[in-house]
Design a protein around this ligand. Structure first.
Ligand code: NAD
Ligand code: ZN
Length: 360
């Protein structure tokens, strides 16, 4: 078996108030290329105090991007890239300030500034030809692990698939727990549960190992402190923990694999456009027989934070819709293999996967 050989983030700054160090962190990089930075900022911060604390220079370009209408698309990245290059040439770097969506835009943009043609050409593993420009991520909502992962997920005309390679990984991240304080409760729950589910799935499968378990168990412990019991909730102490949990959950799955919930989630997102973290929660509530240990705590967390997930969705779905979703899931064999072992095809048949969708 070939052992994975992973690229990690080059540098990490962590701590309350660390965002104030952004300006000095990027100062040395300003000599590169045309000597300016592109800031990609979640539109939520437009007009908020953070927008005045970006530490941008007059020559920099600042884009506030609304991530709510849809998740990042190939078309959006291509347009942004063309516009930036036409305006000012190759920037010194790209800064992404926001959640998974914004961080994926920053990662993808960094690569597409130096790779010709449409980003559609590069959806997949190791298709990118040249290193991108310097890129730095500042998460403002925690859970997806996008701050540490080697993929920038884009929805294209045909597939929802990441630009995945070593160069995708951020050169620097700044983890400032103060920035996640304003996340609305539902998003705080869904996105945080993405990490929780990453760790459960990474743990319960054949690819787990001492390395992935060390990160995963540490992350799970933090998740339980944040979401279970009398000290749970959106407090500064818990925000400190959740940021670290997200990063470690991402590292755990990097060294292992995700499983059944993510395999189904990709089907749901691809066919119905359901957002990643929310889709995971909608699905995980029905996987008690597959992930018994993790499921019990998950149900308790839902109750404790009074989160109402939709029920009986599949009643409205045609056989054709269910088949399409199941096809997407079926075509993620590494996830099923991890979850069920070498004989996974005997278990995870199309019929079995369709039945899992019928549970929703
Ligand atoms: P998001 O970026 O989609 O944001 C969710 C919501 O929270 C938005 O409305 C946003 O405006 C808001 N928000 C963000 N920060 C806030 C703050 N501090 N205060 C108030 N509101 C805030 O959220 P996400 O769940 O982090 O990301 C989901 C995206 O990540 C999807 O597009 C998914 O495809 C992608 N993803 C990527 C990876 C990866 O490894 N690259 C992994 C999982 C998911
Ligand atoms: Zn996930």
């Amino acid at each position: 078996m070939l052992h994975k050989n992973f690229k990690n983030i080059d540098r990490v700054t962590y701590g309350r108030g660390s965002f104030a160090q952004l300006g000095e962190t990027i100062a040395p990089i300003r000599q590169e290329n045309q000597g300016y930075f592109v800031f990609i900022v979640d539109n939520y911060f437009n007009g908020k105090p953070l927008a005045n604390r970006l530490q941008n220079q007059p020559e920099d370009l600042v884009y506030f991007i609304d991530v709510d209408p849809h998740e990042p698309t190939t078309e959006q990245i291509d347009q942004l890239r063309d516009e930036i290059l036409a305006k000012k040439g190759l920037p010194s770097g790209v800064i992404g300030i926001g959640g998974g969506s914004i961080m994926d835009i920053a990662k993808a943009l960094s690569l597409m500034l130096t790779n010709e043609g449409s980003s559609v050409l590069y959806q997949g593993l190791n298709l990118i030809k040249k290193a991108g420009v310097y890129h730095l991520g500042v998460p403002t909502i925690s859970g997806t692990g996008a701050e540490v992962s080697m993929t920038a997920v884009l929805t294209g005309p045909e597939k929802k698939l990441g630009l995945k390679c070593d160069w995708t990984v951020f050169n620097q991240v700044i983890l400032d727990p103060e920035l996640i304080a304003s996340v609305p409760r539902n998003d705080w729950f869904y996105t945080g549960m993405d990490t929780y589910i990453h760790c459960i799935e990474s743990h319960y499968g054949i690819r787990n190992n001492a390395f992935s378990l060390a990160y995963g168990d540490a992350s799970l412990k933090l998740c339980r402190e944040v979401y279970l019991g009398s000290s749970s909730g959106q407090t500064p102490e818990n925000d400190d923990k959740l940021m670290v949990a997200s990063l470690m959950g991402g590292l755990s799955l990097t060294y292992s694999e995700v499983g059944v919930c993510h395999a189904l989630s990709y089907g749901l997102s691809k066919i119905l456009g359901t957002r990643h973290c929310f889709a995971n929660c909608v699905i995980f509530q029905h996987l008690g027989d597959i992930y018994a240990d993790g499921w019990k705590d998950f149900m308790q967390m839902l109750k404790q934070h009074n989160i109402q997930l939709p029920q009986n969705l599949s009643k409205e779905w045609s056989e054709e819709t269910i088949t399409k979703m199941a096809e997407v899931s079926y075509n993620l064999p590494f996830m099923w293999h991890h979850a069920f072992g070498d004989n996974y095809r005997d278990i995870a048949t199309m019929e079995y996967i369709k039945d899992l969708f019928r549970r929703l």
